[in-house]
Design a protein around this ligand. Structure first.
Ligand code: KIV
Ligand code: ZN
Length: 409
């Protein structure tokens, strides 16, 4: 596939993700995560916002010194002190990027920054000029770009590209855009900015309406070649576009999305787990790609289908994202006979047809009281079926089954 379709994965887990409530990490943890993101194959690691705190600055320095392959980015407002601190923190980096940002929407300019459009444009140009003294790799983000006046945005983008800015990021800061709008937005902006060919355009989508991944994919269709995203979709408020969802959507739907990334998808699950352990925040069980239910089937019809041909209910293989294959058939009260039998076989039991029936009925009974039947439960059920307790005088076989495999197993 042509390099024109290569998507740069800019990971902001350690900056936008880490600044969300509940996700803060200390310096050694951030460094461990950065190594994991490097192993995963991300192109850019946004390591922090150095002016925000001494610990943020230290984390950027440690990552810059220890993680050599990816570009290491540091965030900075357009203020001199921010850019100089970012430049200092990035000094040990092999491939440093200063990522400077300023809001461009009239709402942010008037209500938050109390700045005119002209002052905004001048501050952006000056910031890029200053950042260029530290590195040739400068990214400018127009915060709240999707709610900004497009004519003004184009003028500002042209001006910062002329100062040598090489990446233009247009965030949907408040997750307000829709996919069709996002695609059309990038097509329009790129066609109206005379020097757009001299920079990589980038999308940074928030998930307030649950559209961050869809919007990022639409932005790619509109011409962007960098997407900003975070592992497990963490980030401000409802989060950023989820890295694992974006990457797998591009991989699985090549027919509609003929783009590629450098991500080693088999490392997605372990990276997701590492982040969850590092922050103490669990991954939602039904989270696409990395949730523990993402490849789990309990309904009998689905289990039967998966056992016959996994493609009936799975659009990708669990091992392709690093999830375990063995955990996917969950036994519970919705399970089918086929799955119960298959699990018994996997545990090494060869059962006669009447034993399968008895084990199956016991699983359904136990499933009334348990969310899931573990392998240990199943082993005990098989043992009991094979060595039934002597019935108390006067009891029926049905009674023995109910007592034996009900609550007590
Ligand atoms: O959401 C946003 O606009 C940001 C910028 C700082 C890139 O995080
Ligand atoms: Zn953001």
């Amino acid at each position: 596939m042509s390099d024109a379709n290569r998507i740069i994965v800019f990971d902001t887990t350690l900056r936008d993700g880490e600044q969300a409530p509940g996700f803060s990490m200390d310096v050694p943890t951030k460094l461990r995560m950065a190594h994991a993101l490097d192993a995963l194959g991300v192109d850019v690691i946004e390591a922090g916002f150095p002016i925000a705190s001494p610990a943020d600055s230290e984390a950027v320095q440690e990552i810059a010194a220890g993680v050599r392959r990816p570009v290491i980015a540091a965030l900075a407002r357009t203020r001199r002190a921010d850019i100089e601190e970012a430049g200092r923190a990035l000094a040990p980096a092999e491939r440093p990027r200063i990522h400077t940002f300023l809001a461009t929407s009239d709402l942010h300019l008037a209500a938050k920054l109390r700045m005119s459009r002209e002052e905004c444009l001048e501050a952006a140009v000056e910031a890029v000029k200053l950042a260029r003294r530290f590195t040739d790799d400068v990214e400018f983000s127009a915060e709240d770009a999707t709610r900004s006046d497009r004519g003004f945005l184009c003028r500002l983008i042209e001006a910062v590209i002329r100062e040598g800015c090489t990446t233009i990021n247009l965030p949907d800061t408040v997750g307000y855009a829709t996919p069709d709008e996002m695609r059309e937005f990038f097509v329009e902006i790129m066609s109206r900015v005379p020097s757009s060919g001299r920079a990589v355009f980038s999308a940074h989508c928030h998930n307030d309406l649950g559209l961050a991944v869809a919007n990022s994919l639409a932005a790619i269709q509109g011409g962007v070649r960098q997407v900003e995203c975070a592992m497990n979709g963490i980030g401000e408020r409802a989060g950023n576009a989820s890295l694992e969802e974006l990457v797998m959507a591009l991989r699985i739907r090549q027919d509609r999305l003929p783009y590629h990334t450098g991500i080693k998808s088999e490392a997605l699950f372990q990276t997701s787990q590492l982040l969850s352990e590092a922050t103490g925040e669990p991954v939602q069980c039904n989270k696409a790609i990395v949730g523990r239910n993402a490849f789990a089937h309990e309904a009998g019809i689905h289990q039967d289908g998966v056992l016959k041909d996994a493609r009936t209910y799975e659009i990708m293989r669990p091992e392709d994202v690093g999830q375990s294959v063995s955990s996917r058939l969950v036994l519970g009260r919705h399970s089918g006979r086929h799955a119960v039998h298959a699990r018994c076989q996997a545990l090494g039991f060869t059962l006669a047809p009447d034993e399968v029936d008895q084990v199956y009925r016991a699983v359904i009974t136990l499933g009334e009281h348990r969310k899931a039947i573990a392998d240990g439960d199943l082993r005990r059920i098989v043992d009991r079926v094979r060595t039934p307790p002597a019935p108390p005088s006067g009891a029926t076989t049905a009674h023995v089954e109910a007592v034996g495999y009900g609550h007590g197993v």
